[in-house]
Design a protein around this ligand. Structure first.
Ligand code: HEC
Ligand code: HEC
Ligand code: HEC
Length: 159
């Protein structure tokens, strides 16, 4: 995954100036921003689902910190699964094997972090759209584009 990410990063260096210009004042502080698809893969070797193709730049209408929420706007943006971040590979359980009630630990779990962010946002937009369309004066023009919320839309069912 690293390798693919860096290939994307290299291919996008030219466009970086465009994106990077407005968000940073420090010109000598460069960062490669992947503009194409990023392949998101599980941390566990026992994946239950196919990896997810994430169109990064399709999301640049949002602030970078919407997702890169610990970014200080100066340092390079790191991986979501960096140590101490969303680095837990398996569903956290307590002493008796039940799902852990420790919220900190649950969100460190890689899958939960991604599902909460990705599905959470898409679902919120979808719900707003549904509300809009079921109102007394439905207005299709105001329905906003959103992303997938169904399993196989993100994890293609190739196994
Ligand atoms: C908006 C996209 C999206 C949707 C919709 C989605 N997922 Fe995920 N899912 C991800 C991402 C991103 C990850 C983290 C990267 C990875 O593990 O491939 C992930 C991780 C997982 C994992 C842990 C890794 C693995 O393969 O074992 C499982 C299991 C999973 N998802 C199942 C589901 C199921 C079941 C649904 C439907 C209820 C679903 N996902 C819906 C994006 C999505
Ligand atoms: C909708 C969520 C989202 C938004 C908005 C977003 N990104 Fe990302 N970005 C991601 C995800 C997910 C990854 C993959 C991280 C990983 O693999 O751990 C990523 C990866 C990156 C990477 C590569 C990091 C690495 O691991 O080497 C850079 C750099 C980056 N983004 C910069 C930006 C910039 C700059 C913006 C704002 C213009 C931005 N991103 C907006 C979700 C987002
Ligand atoms: C803060 C809100 C937000 C977050 C977080 C977010 N998305 Fe999206 N996503 C959107 C919106 C809005 C669109 C529709 C963009 C458009 O069509 O202009 C979208 C579109 C998509 C699409 C479809 C793109 C296309 O070309 O049709 C995919 C796939 C997707 N998102 C995957 C993801 C994954 C995977 C994550 C988590 C890493 C994620 N999104 C996180 C808001 C979000």
């Amino acid at each position: 995954m690293r390798k693919r990410l860096w290939l994307l990063a290299a291919a996008s260096m030219i466009v970086v100036g465009l994106v990077w210009g407005p968000v940073s004042a420090a010109k000598d502080n460069e960062m490669c921003v992947p503009m194409g698809n990023i392949i998101l893969e599980p941390l566990t070797a026992e994946a239950k689902r196919a990896s997810v193709t994430f169109p990064h730049a399709a999301h640049f209408g949002y602030s970078c910190r919407e997702c890169h929420h610990t970014w200080d706007k100066v340092s390079p943006i790191g991986s979501c699964s960096a140590a101490g971040c969303h680095d837990v590979a398996e569903a956290p359980v307590d002493d008796v094997g039940q799902p852990s009630k420790d919220r900190q630990l649950q969100i460190r779990y890689h899958k939960n972090a991604f599902h909460e962010s990705c599905i959470g946002c898409h679902l919120e937009i979808k719900r707003e759209n549904e509300k809009l369309m079921s109102s007394r004066r439905p207005d299709a023009e105001r329905v906003a584009p959103t992303g997938p919320t169904g399993c196989v839309q993100c994890h293609p069912a190739d196994y």
